[in-house]
Design a protein around this ligand. Structure first.
Ligand code: MF3
Ligand code: CO
Length: 255
């Protein structure tokens, strides 16, 4: 396996496997999304994703991950919950803003992606938050070309989010992805353009803007996983695993 400054470069054969892991993950997210209905529990969405991953012969990447071991297949985070919310008995209600993050493993390679969605008709703030966070993901994907640097990735997200008057979270980062869910490079949301590691064909990064409507500070709940906005304001999170190629950026986590 080729490595550039601690960053693994995937061959076309490896990228094909990662596309399959990404495809499974996209289908798992779609199943979770279909389960997000008023009256359903967050555990229902987890079960739907888990069943899809199993049916497609893949393995969940999150289950058992980290310390304490993550107890579910998806992370599902509601309203002021930003990331790493644990599925359970909570019932989803009209007006909620729900974020789902999932990882799938195929032949040892990880696909990692996430979306946020409004349940029912979103209010103005929620709609702008969703549009801005998704636009930040689109903007950062467009920077995934040879010769750009990780600082350009961060700057692209920051431009979109700050223009809308929102804040990217500082404590959590985008990250390299491959045989491990978290590989080099880490891509903090606050970096100057033109700084950081140079992007080369074969690099694969999980790009994940996390945006808070209010102040950027976060806090972790007593369950040791759930990350919430410190000020209780709403949050959104979109993520794709993306490869740098000789040509266009290759989104690995599409159905
Ligand atoms: N997808 C998350 C990330 O990109 C990881 C979720 S943490 C886990 O960092 F424990 F749920 F796996
Ligand atoms: Co990720």
């Amino acid at each position: 396996m080729a490595v550039s400054r601690g960053i693994t470069l995937k061959s076309n054969r490896e990228l094909a496997i990662m596309r399959e892991a990404g495809r499974v993950n996209a289908l798992a997210l779609a199943a979770a999304k279909a389960a997000i209905q008023p009256g359903a529990t967050t555990a229902d969405a987890d079960a739907a994703a888990a069943e899809t991953i199993k049916k497609l012969g893949a393995k969940p990447a999150f289950l058992g991950y980290g310390t304490p071991p993550y107890p579910a297949v998806i992370c599902i985070s509601v309203n002021e919950e930003l990331v790493h919310g644990i599925p359970g008995k909570r019932r989803i209600r009209e007006g909620d803003l729900v974020s789902v993050d999932c990882g799938s493993v195929v032949d040892g390679y990880v696909g990692d992606s996430a979306f946020s969605v409004a349940v029912g008709e979103p209010d103005d703030l929620t709609r702008r938050l969703l549009e801005t966070t998704e636009a930040a993901l689109d903007a950062v994907i467009a920077e995934m070309v040879p010769g750009k640097k990780t600082g350009d990735l961060a700057a692209a997200m920051q431009r979109v989010v700050e223009a809308a008057g929102f804040h990217l979270v500082r404590n959590y980062t985008s990250h390299g992805v491959g045989r491990a869910m978290h590989e080099e490079p880490q891509v903090p949301n606050y970096m100057k353009p033109g700084t950081g590691a140079v992007l080369r064909p074969g690099m694969t990064i999980a790009l994940e803007p996390m945006v808070i409507a209010g102040t950027p500070d976060t806090r972790v709940l007593a369950d040791q996983w759930t990350v919430v906005s410190a000020d209780g304001s709403r949050t959104a999170h979109f993520e794709h695993s993306v490869a740098v190629t000789d040509a266009e950026p290759l989104i690995l986590t599409l159905p």
